[in-house]
Design a protein around this ligand. Sequence first.
Ligand code: ADP
Ligand code: MG
Length: 438
Amino acid sequence: MKQQEPAYILEQILEEVRSTDPVNVRTWFSDLTALSFSGGHLDIGCPDQTKVDYLNDHCLSVFTKAAQKITGFLVSVSFHSIHPVSADSNVFTASLNGLRLHPDYTFDNFVVGPCNRLAHASCIAVSQNPGTVYNPLFLYGSVGLGKTHLLHAVCHASRENNGNLSIRFLSCEQFVNGFISAIEQGRLADFQNQHRSVDVLIIDDIQFLREREQSQEEFFHTFNALYNNRRQIILTADCPPAQLPSLEERLISRFKWGLVARLDPPSYETRIAIVKKKAGLRGIHLPEGVAEMIAEHVQSNIREIEGALTVLYATARTVGQPITPELTRQALGIQQTAAQRTITMADIIEAVSREFDIRITDLQSKKRSQSITLPRQICMYLGRQLTRHSLEEIGGHLGGRDHSTVLHACTKIEEIFKTDEQIRLRIENLTRQLTQKQ
Ligand code: ADP
Ligand code: MG
């Protein structure tokens, strides 16, 4: 009977899962195969171990529920890698210390733009020639800009290039906790050995080493041991080495020996490409103009792009309509995008100059007096909120400031929002004037 055929059951399960769990569905699900269905057990074959891990972590229960619904029986489901696990990849998996590589986080799925070009190129170089080109490699940037994604990509690529390479990939917290429990259990030598004998040591979010003096000391020795043996070290943080305040100076100076690469918030164009990439991975079709709307709506943290796609997809399913620009606007609460498009830096500078009674030429000058600096920062903030200009372009309109000055201004205004009601109201008022003028 067709209903009992494994291939047919899997096909139905995938159909069901696409509607019940769109967030976790990936286009590569079409590569899954039904191996067997017997004794109430369905075995599903999967291209590789990373994907098996992903399915076990994110999809086991929805697959099981779907299987039960479709067959009408109490069915259990398991996933198997159809490429037999070689001895090499066993070593590799073990060295990841329980960390599972996310199948989405590959170089292929990483969109490269001016904001992350150096970080991306250096990660590729390091995965091809660990320990020789950029050592240590230090990536920094604020949250959600792709640091962890790049670290996973280095692991994926290293595994492809050389399955024998031993890589140790941990979060800084894992390093600190591992160190503490090693001391407690009198296994410090083991701990040291584990970390000092690898080919590549990767530690994510190193800023957590702040305030952890003893762990810093241990890390310092690990660093030296690896560095002297020409082993690769890759670190990430939310700020540049020099701004890791309570980190010991000698540690910070080590970080600067290799390459320090910054990740910046992506420009509008790069964001569009990322939206399209993420939609492609999930098999979501976006009609003309929709990726642009999402890219405009989600500005700073790329993680939110995925959230926006999920909301959009869920809304479309709930109302039973295809994704359209109008539905996107409703689902994401986007207002007046057409009007926002036409606001220029000149409009903003003019409005701020009127509001604060300051000359336009002063706003565009290099003057640094407090009475001018704040309104100028407000211009930068509004430029970031209401126009599509890059940080560089906004800075260019305001006396040739560089992108970090503009970024700093935006952070500062957001801080002020929390404490200064009056300024917040004035800025909201300006925003209203500018968006309603169109
Ligand atoms: P971080 O570690 O810097 O906080 P993550 O690496 O966790 O950021 O990235 C957050 C999300 O944004 C992830 O889903 C990641 O895939 C995605 N992302 C970030 N940068 C890019 C990029 N350039 N291309 C594609 N996806 C990206
Ligand atoms: Mg991260």
